[in-house]
Design a protein around this ligand. Structure first.
Ligand code: AMP
Length: 299
């Protein structure tokens, strides 16, 4: 089954302590779509400007991603730049230029409105609502978000929670959105607002999954070197939804596996800048690391 992904498509400039790269392929929809493409067909909804390199569109095509929902308009592509501290966990946003995003309306091709698995990747909650307004009866909707939307469009975001099956955020965002320090208590409060499932990411410390009478914890893959963690959250979400769509199953055991597949793709993504590591990755590598995760948590 297909996954519909809506989110940002960006030109990123990323600085670490040892390297700096400009005009990289980035954006939540780019990372999430490529991550989901390891599991099955992906339909991508987003917007780019005239400066978007053909090589990046070719990359989507090489992964079999359907870009019929990727609008190309006059103007410049959304651009983001960020800088990592030496520990590679703390990131500072240096600049954001909305550009073509300012007038973006994510209108879906008619034949995509029946897609059963939907990932509302990180983008303004109003746009996530606009996509859901067009969907007929999706089987499973996952939403991702970020601190910016909790700060600036909180009401839209809270209203969205009543319309999704699963919310993904990181530990800081869960505390920010609820005002609750305890993550299990914050999870209960967030699930009371709508989503049946909640995933709380904890960066290099893995991820927690909360459901009705369900709790699962996945570690993070022990990477010796993190080159660029940009997009790991988007890859987690894309891999997770991709696996659910591939099996068509959304029960607790499928969700547990999906969390691990999401963690696997995210771990590969951190090994190189932009989507370079995922470009060179085979599904057999993904399955190999999935087996390693199983081994790490068996006792
Ligand atoms: P992550 O590292 O998972 O937080 O995702 C980083 C990606 O998010 C980068 O490729 C950025 O282009 C993209 N991004 C940054 N700010 C925004 C924003 N306000 N809306 C949508 N995407 C964004």
């Amino acid at each position: 089954m297909s996954v519909l992904v809506v989110g940002s498509v960006a030109l990123d400039s990323v600085r670490t302590q040892s390297e700096a790269h400009d005009n990289l392929l980035g954006g939540s929809a780019s990372y999430a779509s490529v991550a989901a493409s390891f599991f099955g067909p992906v339909r991508m909804v987003g917007i780019v400007g005239e400066d978007f390199p053909a090589a990046y569109t070719d990359l989507f095509a090489s992964r079999g991603i359907d870009t019929a929902g990727l609008q190309r308009v006059r103007g410049r592509t959304f651009a983001w730049s960020g800088e990592y501290e030496a520990n590679m966990n703390n990131r500072r946003t240096l600049s954001v230029a909305l550009n073509v995003f300012e007038t973006f309306r994510p209108d879906l091709p008619e034949s995509w409105r029946d897609t059963e698995f939907v990932l509302l990747a990180n983008i303004a909650p109003a746009l996530q609502h606009h996509v859901l307004d067009q969907m007929r009866r999706p089987k499973f909707v996952v939403a991702d978000t970020m601190d910016l939307w909790i700060d600036t469009t909180r009401d839209d975001l809270l209203r969205l929670l009543g319309r999704v099956d699963m919310l993904i955020l990181n530990d800081g965002e869960a505390r920010q959105l609820t005002g609750i320090d305890s993550l299990p208590r914050a999870a209960t409060a967030l699930r009371a607002l709508g989503p049946k499932w909640l995933a709380i990411k904890k960066g290099e410390h893995g991820c927690l999954l909360f459901g009705d009478g369900e709790f699962f914890t996945a570690g993070a893959y022990p990477l010796e070197e993190v080159k660029d963690p940009t997009g790991c959250g988007d890859c987690f979400a894309g891999g997770l939804v991709g696996h659910l769509a591939a099996t068509g199953n959304t029960d607790a055991s499928a969700l547990r596996q999906a969390v691990v597949y999401g963690s696997v793709i995210a771990s590969f993504n951190a090994e190189s800048f932009s989507l370079r590591r995922l470009e060179a990755l085979a599904k057999s590598h993904v399955d190999g690391r999935f087996a390693a995760f199983q081994e790490f948590s068996r006792f």
